[in-house]
Write a protein that binds this ligand. Structure first.
Ligand SMILES: Cc1cc2nc3c(=O)[nH]c(=O)nc-3n(C[C@H](O)[C@H](O)[C@H](O)COP(=O)(O)OP(=O)(O)OC[C@H]3O[C@@H](n4cnc5c(N)ncnc54)[C@H](O)[C@@H]3O)c2cc1C
Length: 811
């Protein structure tokens, strides 16, 4: 073993081998992989080897597409067969809702450049004669689906990496990791030690234990998973003989099973409701290539349905039953990237579909390590998306929920119940008592909408407008015509202190820092000039700033801030988390309401738009920003949590005769649509530049140098490629949800990022990106947006429909 290396990859499963290969491909040759036993000896060796492109997140779907396309390249470089069977796959819908879901997936695949086809049940049966068409309403065919040999593929990655210069140490277990002063790691193994500049945790079934070596508890858990292999089936033999090719894969959502051909028989696997975590506390180090005890009783309901839907399966003999563990994160997507708070410690774990995702994970991580940026949008698998609230027991509950729902529909207005409520504020009970329907916002219970007296506070899940529609409308009208209050504790809040704070923020942000007592809005860019943040910043005093941003991105942003902090200690940054909570009051009568709570002058002359003040309100100390995301006159009131309840009661009391209404996140998101305001993670993501996103007025290219300035200047000169636009959509009972394709003259030219109903302006609205050349095509119905399989006319609007001159906000 060498004594020093640039990167030590821990784990020789498909993911570790892919990371190793991609590092060498990106140009880092001094890299080693350390494997406890043999390559594949974690979960990889007993995988069913299926691959597919479909994923709930379009960016992960793209990475899956990359992975599947990679196998030919690997075979060529390594000379090792991956055992590819590109048989195509069918997803079988048993209900109209599932068919709607497939239509959405099909539409999304269109703009991702993936080829899928919608079929009737009879057409599907023609391709897959094992099925009984009468149990299904339709299907989607994805020709890219297939299966491979897990061991051959892992070795193909490993051989390709070796050819490029990597070394692999087998039968070597990492027993500890010790941080070094220079940011590297002493990697302690049972075969000696190695100093590594970077460590990558690809520990698979032991990723949690490797995490514990550096003092973190990763949100990852292994689940038992069963599939069975049948004896030869005459129906399969006949099909192969007649058609000259294999049967396609099939997923039966109702029975929660997947199937594919294996030799002249079939493989059938289940994601059963009665699922079992494996080794919930600690994975034994001596777990080898043994299998777990099969338990057919647990999957009997799926098998029974499967036998009904695919009668030939009921007659087939079972040759083998495989029960093996593999790992999941709470939302089922991988955990990839550098770990906030640690230097040069990277993760690529919780990869539940190693043969669909392993290549993309390796590509993203290697680019991140070599270039400082993954090169595309990996938010859906970024390890930073989970906060401290994702404890071991939280993970256990969520992983079980996710596993058992793997083949269930998640409706856009559906909040999943496991591990909730995890975090609550002091207003939780009061808001519930007032009819709040709660949603989960980065682990915090946050009001979505309020059911009036006599209405059950519960969402009816649907792809269409649902039971909350008229109540959200009432909340929006209440704000726009009077005044409303909502809780905004779920915003991210940061403090920056020290003599270097202003210069630091000015180097990170595109906008000029505000004067004391003022606010600014500002994007943040990466060196490539892409959007990695969007914030409100207040200058409290010469060396103190407060900043607000997106709650979900708190760890993501802290990781970036910490990376950029000067070494001289002149700046300190911290997350307030729930130590600062708030309310937003908004609407034309919000000033009157605020004035009732304070003896300070809050007139427009004394307290202007974008002012920041510390003042006593209702006898308690608060900080107030004169800004709201509703785009109306309004204020954000920030207090320490011990004051929040009192503040809420005081606001409600003072607002009684002003017609004060409660409003939730859904109304807030509708109100912001009417102002064309973008949201982080939907419109603002690291695949867009600030000019493409229409944030021109928040980018000051004439101030000091800032990260991404050079790229931003180029984007300004060239105009970038895309433009964010707002459209009015000719929708009837379903609005856009995000990720729908945008059509222009019969071609898909863009995609929707978010949208919904603008209740005050009474229009269905969508935001999205189109090529910049088309952004000025404001002709009526020049575009179409595909909603649930139907193309709806859409028209670009260049001005917000509500208050285009911003008189309300500023008045
Ligand atoms: C029954 C079953 C069916 C499946 N079917 C499919 C399928 O059809 N398609 C699909 O894409 N996926 C499938 N999977 C999932 C797939 O197996 C995983 O996604 C994949 O194996 C994850 O690979 P990995 O490299 O992350 O982890 P692992 O394969 O677990 O590899 C981790 C490696 O790290 C090593 N290691 C850990 N700690 C240390 C240490 N301290 N020192 C040295 N070495 C260490 C281990 O020995 C192990 O080899 C299936 C899984 C199971 C169980």
């Amino acid at each position: 073993m060498k004594s020093h290396t640039q990167v030590a990859v821990i784990g020789g499963g498909v993911v570790g081998c892919s990371v190793l290969y991609h590092l060498t491909k990106a140009g880092w040759k001094d890299v080693v992989l350390i494997e406890r036993d043999q390559l594949t000896s974690g979960s990889t060796w007993h995988a069913a080897g299926g691959f597919h492109t479909l994923n709930g997140d379009p960016n992960v779907a793209k990475l899956q597409g990359y992975t599947i396309g990679l196998y030919d390249e690997l075979e060529k470089i390594s000379g090792q067969s991956c055992g590819l069977h590109r048989s195509g796959g069918l997803m079988l819908a048993d209900t109209p809702e599932r068919m709607e879901w497939l239509k959405m997936a099909h539409a999304r695949a269109r703009y991702l450049g993936l080829e899928t086809e919608l079929l009737t049940a009879k057409e599907a049966q023609a391709l897959f004669p094992l099925m009984e068409a009468k149990y299904f309403v339709g299907a989607m065919l994805d020709k890219a689906d297939g299966n491979l040999d897990p061991s051959g593929t892992t070795h193909a990655y490993a051989k390709s990496a070796r050819i490029n210069g990597a070394e692999i140490y087998l039968k070597t277990r990492v027993t500890d990791l010790k941080p070094c002063k220079d940011g590297g790691w002493d990697v302690i193994t049972n075969q000696g030690n190695i100093r590594a500049e970077h460590v990558v945790n690809c520990g698979g079934l032991w990723a949690r234990e490797v995490g514990r070596m550096v003092g973190i508890e990763l949100p990852v858990l292994a689940m038992e998973h069963m599939y069975l292999v049948t004896d030869e089936m005459p129906e399969v033999v006949t099909f192969n003989k007649e058609r000259g090719h294999e049967l396609p894969h099939a997923i039966d959502f109702k029975a929660e099973i997947y199937m594919r051909q294996e030799r002249s028989g079939m493989v059938l696997g289940t994601y059963e409701k009665d699922c079992r975590p494996w080794q919930p506390r600690q994975t034994p180090w001596d777990f080898g290539t043994e299998l777990l005890e099969p338990d057919l009783d647990r999957i009997a309901p799926s098998l029974e349905l499967g036998h009904k839907h695919f009668p030939a399966m009921a007659k087939a003999g079972i040759k083998r039953i495989i029960n093996g563990p593999f790992t999941f994160s709470p939302d089922g997507n991988p955990l990839v990237g550098p770990v906030q708070g640690l230097r040069n410690f990277w993760c690529a774990c919780a990869v539940m579909a190693g043969f669909s995702q392993g290549g993309g994970v390796g590509l993203a991580l290697s680019q991140w390590m070599v270039n400082g940026d993954p090169g595309f949008d990996v938010w859906a698998m970024d390890i930073a998306r989970f906060g401290e609230w994702a404890t071991r027991s939280y993970t256990n509950e969520k992983v079980r929920e996710n596993y058992s729902r793997r083949f269930s529909i998640r409706f856009p207005n559906e909040e999943l119940p496991a591990a909730r409520p995890q975090q609550t504020t002091a207003l939780y009970d009061a808001m519930i008592a007032q009819g709040a329907v709660m949603g989960d916002s980065w682990g915090l219970e946050t009001p979505l909408w309020f059911a009036p007296k006599g209405v059950e506070p519960k969402d009816i899940v649907s792809f269409h407008r649902s039971n909350d529609f008229k109540h959200v409308k009432a909340e929006c009208l209440g704000v726009r015509n009077g005044v409303g209050v909502t809780e905004i504790a779920n915003f991210a809040k940061y403090g920056f202190e020290g003599p270097g704070a202003e210069a630091f923020l000015s180097r990170l942000m595109t906008n000029k820092m505000p004067r004391t007592g003022r606010l600014i809005l500002t994007p943040m860019l990466n060196p490539q000039g892409k959007l990695i943040g969007d914030f409100t910043i207040a200058k409290v005093s010469d060396d103190r700033f407060l900043m607000w941003g997106s709650s979900q991105a708190q760890k993501y942003h802290m990781r970036w801030f910490e990376k950029q902090l000067p070494a001289d200690g002149s700046v300190m940054v911290h997350r307030y988390d729930m130590r600062l909570v708030g309310l937003s009051i908004a609407g034309p009568r919000s000033r009157e309401l605020l004035q009732r709570l304070t003896d300070e002058d809050v007139s427009n002359a004394a307290f202007k738009f974008m002012d920041h003040r510390a003042m006593d309100i209702a006898n308690l100390p608060a900080m107030i920003n004169r800004v709201t995301y509703t785009g109306d006159l309004g204020y954000e009131i920030w207090v320490m949590p011990e004051y929040q309840r009192r503040l809420f009661l005081a606001v409600q009391e003072a607002g009684k005769d002003l017609g004060l209404v409660n409003f939730g996140m859904r109304a807030l998101l509708s109100l912001r649509l009417e102002k064309n305001f973008p949201t982080w993670y939907r419109e603002l993501r690291p695949i867009y530049g600030p000019f493409e996103a229409g944030l021109d007025r928040f980018v000051d290219l004439t101030k000091n140098d800032f990260i991404g300035r050079e790229a931003a200047m180029k984007e300004k000169q060239s105009g970038g490629k895309l433009r964010r636009v707002t459209m009015v959509v000719d929708a009837s009972d379903a609005d856009v949800l995000g990720d729908e394709p945008i059509w222009h003259k019969g071609q898909v030219i863009g995609w929707v990022t978010s949208g919904g109903y603008g209740h005050y302006v009474d229009k269905s609205l969508a935001q999205g990106y189109v090529p910049k050349e088309l952004a000025n095509d404001t002709a009526k119905s020049a575009f179409e947006i595909e909603i649930l399989g139907e193309r709806r006319k859409a028209t670009i609007i260049t001005e917000p429909l509500f208050d285009p001159e911003a008189k309300r906000m500023r008045g």
